[in-house]
Design a protein around this ligand. Sequence first.
Ligand SMILES: CC(C)(COP(=O)(O)OP(=O)(O)OC[C@H]1O[C@@H](n2cnc3c(N)ncnc32)[C@H](O)[C@@H]1OP(=O)(O)O)[C@@H](O)C(=O)NCCC(=O)NCCS
Length: 185
Amino acid sequence: MLTHKGTVQIESERLVLRRFHVSDVREAYDVWMSDPRVSLFMRWQAHKDVEETRKLIETWISQYSNPAFYQWAITLKETGELIGAIGLVTINEHDACADVGYCLGQRYWGSGYMTEALSAVLCYAFSQVGFNRMETYHSVDNPGSGRVMEKAGMHYEGLARQKYRSNRGLEDVKMYAALKDEYLR
Ligand SMILES: CC(C)(COP(=O)(O)OP(=O)(O)OC[C@H]1O[C@@H](n2cnc3c(N)ncnc32)[C@H](O)[C@@H]1OP(=O)(O)O)[C@@H](O)C(=O)NCCC(=O)NCCS
C-alpha cells in the first residue's frame, strides 16, 4: 500500500527539491526547457517560446493538490538557482512501482547534481511513500544518464529495444531499477 504525500519539499546536501511556482517560468525556459541539447533524448521538444513553458508549469502547479503527483523543481540550496526538474512519470499503484524522469540545464552538468537529486527522490519514494520498486531507463546513446542511475544505487536490468520515441526517433534503452529493501538496507 502506498501512502501518497505528493510533491513535498526534500533537501539534500546541496539541493532543495520543491514545488514549481509561476515565478519559475522564465528561468526554467532559459535554463533547460528551450534547449534542444537537453531535450535531445526526451519525449518533449525544446520550447519555442516562454508561453509553452508557462502552460506546462501551470499544468504541474494545478496538479500539486493531487497527493499522487510528484514533480519537483531542483534548486541550489546556496543561491536558490533553478537548475532542473525531476518527477515520477508513471505510477503503478498495484505493484507499488514508479518510474523517474529528470533533466538539468547544461551549465549545471557534471557536478553530481542529478545523482544527488535522484538519490533524494529514491529515498523519499521508498521511505515516505512506500514504493517497492523504482525504475528508470536511458537511451544507449546517453550513457551519462546511466552513470547517474548507477551512482544513485540503481541496478542495470537489461536492454529494451525501441522502448520509446525521443526527438531522435525510437530509442533502444538500458533499464535500471532499485528495490526498497535493498535500497534502505
Ligand atoms: C543526464 C543528466 C541528467 C546528468 O546530470 P548531471 O548532474 O550532469 O549528472 P552527474 O554529474 O550526477 O553524473 C554524470 C556522470 O555521467 C558521466 N558522463 C557524462 N557524460 C558521459 C558519457 N558521454 N559517457 C560516460 N559517462 C558520462 C560523468 O562523468 C558522471 O560520472 P562520474 O561522476 O563517474 O564522473 C544531464 O546531463 C541531463 O539533464 N541531460 C539532458 C536530459 C537527459 O538526458 N535526461 C535523462 C534522460 S534518461
